[in-house]
Design a protein around this ligand. Structure first.
Ligand code: ADQ
Length: 516
């Protein structure tokens, strides 16, 4: 067993102009005519079946695209390179869709999987969301009462692998890029299915990698780790998570002679698995132009007006799925402390909380979401004056066309996650601040805070200090706030979503050259 020397693996930070086209060119340079196959738990489209528009007329079926930043950027990449995408089917429609868009040179095939036995899928969901999610966010107290059966998790991972092996056989060799904690065993299953040498299999872990104390709550941790070591390339959001992962491998397989750990790789038998940190970013150009769009700005002002928010108020914004890792209750405690300590702020600072519901079928989420609603009501009751109340909470998705100008209109964004792999909202907010001094209040427990060193950091576990930071920073001169944003915006422009993809594509190629 080799002891790791913890030097960082370097992502590609070259100042080239990354976009979907240049990533596609980078892919072609490294992999020629090979196909790119992406696999994710959720699909990148929402299928709307044809609808009746009168006695004899029906509208054709439509595809909508969900708001999430990562899947839409991968979608644009595949519209440049062509390829395949495999995910579970989340909306109606046929099991295979050909996806193309005007203005893009290629199309890709979306394979939409549905496990034959729905109870397997339910076990897989529970294992992923009631066990892996809380443990990897270091919240063992949130593990569900019946957290799903590992065999269901394995079965759905096998279903992905079976499908990928068929697609790989039909199309010849390709490059496989699998995403996130729901699919950690796909490579393991795939290796047992393929009769020809597997193509490079890459994996990106989007959520934090926890400290070992938390991983030990997971009975299947060795199987999971061993399965991850069946990939050829493993990407994590930050150096910290990569180091913790390597440490977990060391702790769990320290005596296994097949396995050696190095600073940027693990050797398992005769294979070397590259392990790197690749902080994910956003498409800053897109958010900036959306935030400046006149029509979008007008819609955003109307939106605020409809919510009863006046342009004179100091507006704070927070945007996250209503998940307990996002610190909704801690956020209210910060505001509570702010109003108690600085009562003159009552009636002047308002929070717009955009919080679409997530995983609402799970009891843990049902009870958390109920608690959040009750806490918002109690808080508003306590601090309302006349017709004014401090928190406007909206439980739905807001299109980025309106969200980006809302970011721009807000004096601050409040990111209060208690643990978050990266947090893209923080970066989207900065992207919308061209020549503006809106302040990002960023929880120190996000992956984003590990990279954005100049940001105003808050600690959701310390509401009093966080409230004091809010008060102080909102009162800073515009020149200071704009100067800070300039530095942060340069950072997010360099580390954007396409640079992330480009450095991963390059990393997969390098791993392929080194590892076989
Ligand atoms: P999430 O936990 O979903 O992602 P985040 O990184 O903040 O969190 O991304 C959320 C995305 O959804 C953003 O693009 C945001 O604009 C969008 N979104 C959220 N609420 C919305 C709303 N109401 N309306 C419109 N859009 C909304 C996981 C990990 C993160 C990691 C990402 C990417 O938990 O830590 O940053 O994957 O790797």
């Amino acid at each position: 067993m080799t002891s790791p020397d913890r030097t960082r693996s370097k992502p590609d930070n070259s100042p080239r102009n990354w976009n979907a086209l240049t990533v596609s060119e980078c892919f072609r340079k490294h992999f020629g005519t090979k196909k790119l196959l992406v696999a994710t738990h959720r699909e990148p489209v929402i299928y709307q079946p044809s609808q009746s528009e009168g006695p004899s007329r029906k509208s054709p079926p439509k595809l909508r695209y969900p708001a999430g930043g990562v899947s839409q950027s991968l979608h644009r990449l595949l519209l440049q390179t062509g390829g395949d995408w495999i995910s579970l089917q989340n909306s109606p429609g046929p099991p295979t869709l050909s996806i193309s868009l005007p203005g893009f040179p290629a199309s890709y095939t979306l394979y939409r999987l549905s496990p034959k036995d729905p109870s397997r899928q339910e076990e897989y969901q529970r294992f992923s969301n009631d066990l892996l999610w809380p443990l990897f966010h270091e919240e063992p107290g949130r593990v569900g009462a019946r957290p799903g059966d590992f065999t269901g998790y394995e079965a759905v991972n096998r279903l992905f692998a079976e499908h990928i092996s068929r697609v790989a056989k039909d199309h010849g060799n390709g490059v496989l890029w699998i995403h996130d904690y729901q699919l950690s065993l796909v490579a393991k299953e795939l290796r047992s299915l393929l009769s020809f040498p597997p193509p490079p299999i890459a994996f990106f872990w989007h959520i934090p990698w926890p400290r070992q104390e938390f991983l030990t709550h997971l009975p299947e941790r060795r199987v999971l780790l061993d399965g991850l070591l069946d990939y050829d390339f493993l990407g994590f959001q930050t150096a910290l998570y990569r180091e913790r992962f390597l440490e977990s491998v060391e702790r769990e397989f320290g005596t296994d002679p097949r396995i050696s750990v190095f600073p940027d790789s693990v050797v398992k038998g005769n294979r070397r698995i590259h392990v790197g940190d690749y902080p994910i970013g956003v498409d800053p150009g897109r958010f900036e132009s959306l935030s400046l769009d006149q029509k979008g700005q007008a819609e955003a002002r109307t939106f605020l007006c409809e919510q009863g928010i006046s342009p004179d108020e100091v507006l704070l914004i927070s945007v996250d799925r209503m998940d307990y890792t996002k610190g909704f209750l801690k956020r209210l405690q910060i505001l509570e402390s702010l109003f108690q300590t600085y009562p003159e702020k009552v009636g002047r600072i308002r929070l717009l909380q955009i919080a679409p519901l997530t995983r609402s079928g799970h009891p843990t989420y049902q009870s958390y979401q109920k608690k959040v609603r009750e806490a918002v009501t109690t808080f508003n009751e306590r601090w309302k004056t006349g017709r004014w109340f401090p928190v406007v909470s909206i439980e739905r998705t807001v299109e980025h066309r309106i969200l980006a100008p809302l970011y721009r209109l807000a004096a601050g964004a409040l990111v209060t996650s208690t643990n978050d792999g990266m947090n893209l909202v923080a970066k989207e907010y900065l992207a919308a601040q061209k020549d503006e001094g809106g302040t990002l209040f960023l929880s120190r427990y996000t992956g984003a805070a590990q990279g954005l060193k100049e940001a105003v950091l808050i600690d959701p576990f310390d509401p009093a200090t966080s409230a004091a930071i809010l008060d102080r920073s909102l009162a800073e001169p515009a020149s200071i706030r704009k100067g800070r944003n300039k530095i942060l915006r340069e950072q997010i422009s360099r580390n954007n979503i396409f640079q992330w993809m480009g450095s991963i594509v390059t990393g997969i190629r390098e791993a392929e050259k080194r590892g076989r």
